[in-house]
Design a binder for this molecule. Structure first.
Ligand code: SAH
Length: 214
């Protein structure tokens, strides 16, 4: 009974994503085959197929599936790419990225979230994900440059370290704005010494903060 209900809700979610502009079959397929309930606490599992953000540990949130799908679609990933993600959180977005690219380097400033996600990735045998506990605003210098960078917390400006760590023709997706107002999801494409900027849509993310938390 519960399994059937779960399948129906997943079907509804996929229909909603398609209606709202998700057309990349690889993205849709990855959302369909990834069990989001693995990334939330027991009490929230029943809500995991709804198109809503949900609370996770440390006062953070797992993003809405539509936003995860949109950001992933805008990254235009392929299996040869190395991707940097800032804000591991629950690890849901990270895991989706890992299915569509070669290596994922993900940074989280909360120790508790980093460890929890790392354990989950091990259980899921996602061996192409590398986790770091630290301040993502600095990027991951030793592993740079990256073909793609995704930031899942909102920053006041585009961090210059991240721009510096982007490959030629690389794409960076980042929400820009402050905690209390509308933020705009931006796409930045690196072309020589220039950066092309595109606004995608208004979003609501937790803030990108400096330093790390024990
Ligand atoms: N993609 C995640 C989103 C989690 S919310 C998910 O779907 O679960 C954003 C995360 O960014 C939070 O866990 C927050 O702690 C983290 N974060 C905020 N500022 C950061 C920074 N400077 N470096 C690394 N992580 C950061």
């Amino acid at each position: 009974m519960f399994e059937n209900l779960k399948k129906n809700k997943k079907f509804d979610l996929l229909m909603e994503l398609k209606k709202k502009g998700i057309s990349d079959p690889n993205v849709l397929n990855t959302i369909e085959t990834t069990d989001r309930s693995l990334f939330v606490d027991n009490s929230l599992k029943e809500k995991s197929n709804l198109n809503i953000a949900l609370p996770i540990d440390c006062g953070q949130t797992i993003s809405q599936p539509l936003v995860v799908a949109l950001m992933t679609q805008y990254l235009e990933l392929n299996k040869s790419m190395r991707v940097l993600e800032i804000g591991t959180g629950s690890g849901y977005q990270t895991y989706i990225l890992s299915k569509l690219s070669r290596f994922i380097y993900t940074i989280e400033r909360h120790y508790v979230l980093t460890k929890k996600a790392e354990e989950l990735f091990k259980k899921l045998r996602a061996s192409n994900i590398f986790c770091k506990y630290g301040d993502g605003g600095l990027g991951w210098y030793d592993q740079a440059p990256f073909d793609r960078i995704i930031v899942t917390a909102s920053a006041p400006d585009i961090p210059s370290n991240l721009l510096d760590q982007l490959n030629e023709n690389g794409i960076l997706i980042i929400p820009i704005g402050d905690e209390h107002n509308d933020q705009i999801l931006k796409k930045v494409t690196k072309k020589g010494n220039d950066y092309l900027l595109e606004d995608i849509l208004n979003v609501r993310f937790v803030p990108m903060l400096e330093g790390k938390v024990k």
